[in-house]
Design a protein. Structure first.
Length: 619
């Protein structure tokens, strides 16, 4: 039993190698015949590689050292925005609030003698009701929210709350909308380290707001406790900002990296789709199936064809991505740069290799939907454009993982995570970072790559399925539920009645010959020596639009007979032959081979028929 299993396994391997070799030869001849297109796809890829390096060279990379403000007293950083804003307003106006605000401004003026000591109470906390001229004089507005009626320190509440509002103008806008950074900004465009050294959103806070707040707090404590306060008793420390590298190519222009990466592969993808569709259109694929060559092996050959080119592109692109280019020395901070400075080359090559696999299988899958190469190429280019545009900033991570179904989106997400590590300018990104992220957003390179491989397998399965149910102009379509049909391990030959007009299967006894055995020189008449028909064609009709090529054709073929179809040009001989071998699907009627309906059991019936096309299938 083991010997039989080994023999069967060896036979299967031998069959696979022979089929793969035959189909690979066909693909090689096609590529050789279209050598100009092959050269063009490699040349175009090199052009986009050149654009990638050109952008990397033009856009500088700057080193920003660690930054920390020395210890300081709050009042030391005091700045004044405009001369017109010189009055400090407060609300409500009562003895307590008047004393607190007056003492605070007086103490502040000791440090800054030029600071205006004018204070004024308001009867209405709504400062928008003031005239424009009066609003222009507001330097600060202090609104005590829980001291409505207070006459002396004994009436002061234990907890005092107030709001402080200040005039914003020029560089001293508080920019509240920018204080809390949008997650989409620090995830996909700028690093948190870059924001740390950017004080554009904190100038108002650190040079005016903080000073007024500090002296108001001291004045409240002094008024409530009657204990003199020293403004020099407290100083402030800055947490500091780490050193980092800023590269516009990874930040403002970071979206160009996945675009250029994907365009390096685009020409091979579109040509591969065109070859696959053209193979369906010119009957070459169906000829291969008639000769017993398996569809999935044919698809594997097309994957091999594109992978040969993609592996070369992956290696070249990986090498160019880590190639260090000299600094342009545009500024004193400019340093040497590469497309990826903190990503190990093995990570880049792995991402591109998995992307190549998915792209190759996707081209096979996509080509099954079309019968016109030009339309297939146009739509493939359209889908290519739509899938590398980043529409996914605000979507849940689950949707991102589902969108990895498309090769370009999978590559986009992987490169976005890699660029996060690049902007951080920390340790080298390696395989250990495949299942981690700098932020709480759980988008991982490793999961994206695993899904891309899984989707590649799904592509290959769906490609075979779609090809079976939608073979195009040539071939016999299977019902959409054909995988659920029961398949017998042993194909049984069922005798067919010669007189059965409905195609039902029944037995028919062999009529004994009345001719003497000695009359062996007389050819047996088929009506006398009747056997079961091996092939039965019943009421076959084939229409091409309004044109009827074959109409209600019926014939039986028997074992031991030599038959020929005779007729003038256009009589339908080739059409009948194509229907018989499964090259075309009949409009109506049935074809039975040894009792098997060739539409349902096309794989088995093709093994019973030998077919010689009118021209070589490899040419």
């Amino acid at each position: 039993m083991d010997q039989l299993d080994n023999k069967h396994q060896h036979s299967w391997r031998f069959e696979f190698i022979n089929h793969y070799r035959a189909l690979f030869l066909k693909m090689f001849l096609l590529t050789k015949r279209n050598l100009g297109q092959t050269i063009a796809e490699i040349f175009l890829a090199c052009v986009f590689m050149g654009l990638l390096l050109g952008m990397r060279f033009v856009l500088d990379r700057d080193f920003n050292p660690a930054y920390q403000i020395p210890s300081f007293y709050p009042q030391d950083t005091m700045l004044f925005s405009v001369l017109d804003a010189n009055i400090t307003y407060y609300y409500p106006k009562n003895p307590c609030t008047t004393a607190i605000v007056t003492n605070a401004i007086a103490a502040l003026s000791i440090r800054w003698p030029t600071f205006s000591t004018i204070v004024q109470g308001l009867s209405n906390p709504n400062i928008s009701s003031l005239s424009n001229d009066k609003q222009a004089t507001i330097y600060a507005f202090i609104y005590f929210t829980n001291i409505n009626s207070c006459l002396n320190p004994s009436n002061m509440p234990d907890t005092i709350s107030y709001t402080l509002r200040m005039q914003e103008n020029g560089p001293y806008y508080y920019r509240a909308q920018s204080v809390k950074i949008n997650p989409n900004i620090y995830r996909w465009k700028r690093s948190p380290e870059d924001f740390c050294q950017d004080n554009s959103t904190t100038a108002m806070y650190s040079t005016a707001f903080l000073d007024i707040q500090y002296f108001i707090d001291l004045s409240i404590i002094q008024y409530s406790t009657n204990i003199s306060q020293n403004s020099l008793s407290m100083f402030m420390n800055h947490f500091g900002c780490p050193a980092y590298f800023y590269a516009a190519f990874q930040s403002e222009f970071g979206f160009f990296i996945p675009i250029l990466f994907s365009f390096i592969f685009i020409m091979t993808f579109i040509l591969n789709v065109g070859y696959i569709v053209d193979e369906r259109r010119n009957k070459a694929k169906e000829y291969s199936r008639i000769f017993g060559l398996r569809t999935w092996i044919n698809n594997l050959v097309w994957v091999t064809r594109s992978m040969f080119i993609y592996i070369v592109l992956c290696s070249l692109l990986t090498g160019l991505s880590v190639l260090v280019l000299p600094s342009s020395n545009a500024t004193s901070k400019s340093v040497d740069k590469a497309v990826f400075n903190y990503t190990h080359w093995t990570v880049i090559w792995t991402v591109l290799f998995v992307y190549s696999i998915q792209l190759s299988t996707f081209s096979v899958f996509f080509g099954q939907f079309f019968s016109r190469p030009l339309l297939a190429k146009f739509l493939s280019f359209t889908i290519w454009i739509l899938t590398f545009i980043d529409f996914y900033n605000n979507i849940p991570v689950v949707i991102r993982y589902l969108m990895c179904f498309f090769p370009n989106t999978g590559l986009l997400f992987c490169l976005e995570v890699i660029q996060q590590y690049e902007r951080k300018s920390g340790n080298m990104t390696t395989f250990k970072d495949f299942y981690s992220n700098l932020f709480t957003y759980p988008l991982y390179i490793g999961i994206c790559l695993l899904l891309m491989i899984a989707y590649s397998i799904i592509y290959m399965v769906l490609a075979v399925y779609i090809e079976r149910i939608n073979p195009g102009q040539f071939g016999v379509s299977q019902p959409f539920f054909y995988p659920c049909l029961r398949k017998n391990k042993i194909s049984k030959t069922i005798p067919i009645s010669y007189s059965d007009e409905n195609g039902s299967l029944s037995t028919n006894r062999i009529t004994k010959s009345k001719i003497s055995k000695h009359d062996h020189w007389i050819e047996m008449d088929s009506t006398i020596y009747r056997i079961y028909p091996l092939i039965r064609i019943k009421h076959l009709t084939k229409e091409f639009g309004r044109f009827t090529a074959v109409s209600n054709f019926s014939v039986d073929f028997y074992e031991g007979e030599v038959c020929a179809l005779l007729g003038h040009n256009g009589a339908g001989k080739t059409t009948i032959t194509f229907v018989l071998v499964g090259m075309m699907e009949a409009t109506s009627g049935r074809v039975l081979l040894q009792g098997l309906d060739h539409r349902i059991h096309i794989q088995q019936t093709r093994k019973m028929i030998g077919f010689c096309p009118q021209y070589g299938m490899n040419l």
